[in-house]
Design a protein around this ligand. Structure first.
Ligand code: ADP
Length: 562
């Protein structure tokens, strides 16, 4: 595709500052690809014309051209045949005009089908479905006479890590059709919108995804992760906001350096206007100013809610919330007001921190929020050519096994990371090619992919079929389906309530679970686990991998009339 000409037509948005650090690398699905990032709200159009004949390849190209011409010719012959038909019919009947229109539209439909069939070879690696079935192809225009094709590829998020691959492949597969002379692909993303937007405060309705960055105690690097994740997502082309909900120690003001360090109020609408730094919108108590009216609210959580829901965020693809540390009332209230899409848990690698992670996952599970990644911060440092693990090797494997959270990111101790926390420039912006930026890029890709999956509800389909008293599990991306006995599922719980976390000793005994136990509710937790609520109020997190290893029901019970 060396002959492709890239034309970038842009409508500059207020977020266009993002493009100042927009050339990044990403690794997704095992591919190392270079992403030329575009500012959000920009339609990027690439045009691919068939190569012109020149030089030593002349003959080869002439043959190719003649093949293309033949193909065009045959189409024209078909057209002419229709035209002849038209002339003949003109003599006979006044319905000729409509016949010709039918013929032309038949050709166009046929050509459109060609294009869609070609595009359906491109599979979205996240959804496991082709981009046509995903509904990404919009505004398809085909002129079969001239061989011109244009369409828009509307992705779920402007930060899609494989958007360049999609664009290139879309150009390639359509240009490969023998009658196509010129392909014009415009890249765009769905407008920012909450799934249940009608039930939300106005300020949150135009935010596609809300990500909570949480930790069970302070000082583990939660704010560092929240801020760098936000700037990574912005660097990937998304419209991003940060809400610093850490009332006890708002660290955002030292981590970024916006020109306007005080939040403004819109006196008419009584809304808060966020401040902005390098294209990312932000609200923090630290920017509220001493003695301002909004700070005199009666309750901390009330003030958090007011700040968050009355802010004029505008259209955002991702709002990153730097949660107050802990899993208490403030966190619970916040999670109930805000429709969180996903959570990222930050911890340090001590063995004891595992209990913190468990608490965090359980809190979000109760709130129906899937945890998509755990960041183990301050894992190691390098000195004298050696790697040191001051807090031990961590409990990442245990997290993966028990909660089925497949994404674990290790962040090293780096003086630059703490220095950038004080300098007002996030590390991923200060050193976009560095090791830390690389780790955040992987975290960003993970967050984008998981949120897209959650939104599209391509999560594991697990449901309780009351008529046969069995839990039905449908394996994603395949037709495999199996049944589990509810009591078996409950008996296989691996949480601290059922198994001693330290000794591995089984605490929940076989006879403790009634044979006829039935789940009250089953909800998907992202793409990796389901949360099952039992009649005793226990909420079991059953990772999908674990469900697959359980003993299955072979003799399907007869349906029971209810
Ligand atoms: P929290 O939000 O959990 O209270 P912060 O993100 O404010 O934690 O981090 C606490 C301190 O530790 C800050 O000074 C920050 O710069 C520093 N810090 C965090 N992560 C790292 C790291 N990986 N390497 C070096 N310093 C770090």
């Amino acid at each position: 595709m060396n002959d492709c000409q890239n034309n970038v037509s842009s409508q500059v948005s207020p977020h266009s500052l993002q493009s100042s650090f927009s050339l990044t690398h990403t690794r997704a699905q095992g591919e190392d690809m270079r992403l030329l990032q575009a500012p959000a709200s920009v339609y990027v159009t690439s045009q691919c014309s068939k190569p012109q004949s020149r030089g030593g390849k002349f003959l080869e190209r002439r043959i190719l051209q003649s093949a293309i011409n033949d193909s065009l010719l045959s189409r024209r012959i078909v057209r002419q045949q229709f035209c002849v038909t038209r002339r003949t019919v003109n003599h006979v009947s006044a319905t000729a005009a409509s016949l010709e229109a039918d013929a032309a539209s038949l050709l166009t439909i046929e050509a459109e089908n060609d294009v869609l069939k070609a595009l359906s070879q491109i599979i979205d690696p996240d959804f496991g479905t082709d981009i046509v079935s995903c509904g990404f192809i919009k505004d398809l225009l085909v002129d079969d006479a001239s061989g011109e094709v244009s369409f828009r590829l509307e992705l779920t998020t402007p930060a899609c890590p494989v958007k360049d691959m999609f664009e290139q492949k879309a150009n390639e597969v359509v240009a490969a059709l023998p009658w196509v002379q010129n392909v014009k692909v415009t890249m765009s993303a769905q407008p920012a919108k909450q799934i249940y937007s009608a039930q939300l405060p106005a300020g949150l309705q135009t935010i596609s995804n809300i990500i909570a960055v949480s930790s069970c105690k302070g000082g583990v690097g939660k704010s560092t992760v929240a801020v760098n994740l936000a700037y990574t997502l912005a660097g990937m082309g998304a419209r991003v906001g940060i809400f610093d909900a850490d009332v006890y120690g708002p660290s955002l003001p030292t981590m970024v350096s916006p020109e306007n360090r005080l939040l403004e109020m819109n006196p008419e609408k009584k809304t808060i206007i966020p401040t902005e730094y390098m294209g990312v919108k932000m609200v923090s108590f630290g920017f509220a100013g001493q003695g301002r009216a909004i700070m005199r609210g009666p309750m901390v959580s009330g003030v958090i809610n007011q700040l968050l829901t009355t802010t004029e965020w505008g259209e955002l693809d991702y709002l990153v919330i730097d949660m107050p540390p802990g899993t208490g009332d403030i966190q619970l209230t916040l999670c109930q007001v805000v429709p969180l899409t996903a959570a990222v848990i930050v911890t340090t690698p001590q063995k004891l921190a595992f209990i913190d992670v468990a608490k965090g996952v359980r809190m979000f599970s109760k709130l129906k929020v899937p945890c998509v990644a755990v960041v183990e911060n301050m894992c190691h440092f390098d000195a004298d050519g050696k790697r040191f693990y001051p807090f031990g090797k961590g409990s990442g494997a245990q997290v993966v096994e028990q909660f089925g959270i497949p994404h674990l990111f290790d962040l090293p101790i780096r003086p630059t990371l703490s220095a950038s926390g004080d300098s007002g420039i996030p590390e991923v912006v200060a050193d976009p090619q560095g090791e830390v930026a690389d780790i955040f890029q992987n975290l960003g890709v993970c967050v984008v992919q998981q949120c897209a999956k959650i939104r599209q509800q391509v999560s594991t389909a697990v449901m309780y079929d009351k008529s046969i008293k069995a839990i039905k599990v449908k394996v994603p991306d395949s037709n495999e389906e199996f049944l589990l006995h509810p009591a078996t599922v409950r008996r296989n719980d691996r949480s601290a309530q059922s198994v001693d976390e330290w000794t591995g000793e089984q605490k929940l005994l076989y006879g403790d679970v009634p044979e006829d136990i039935e789940p009250e509710e089953i909800r998907p937790m992202g793409n990796y686990a389901v949360s099952i609520t039992w009649p005793d109020g226990f909420s079991q997190i059953a990772p999908y991998d674990q469900l697959q290893t359980m003993e299955r029901l072979v003799d399907v019970p007869q349906p029971v009339s209810t």
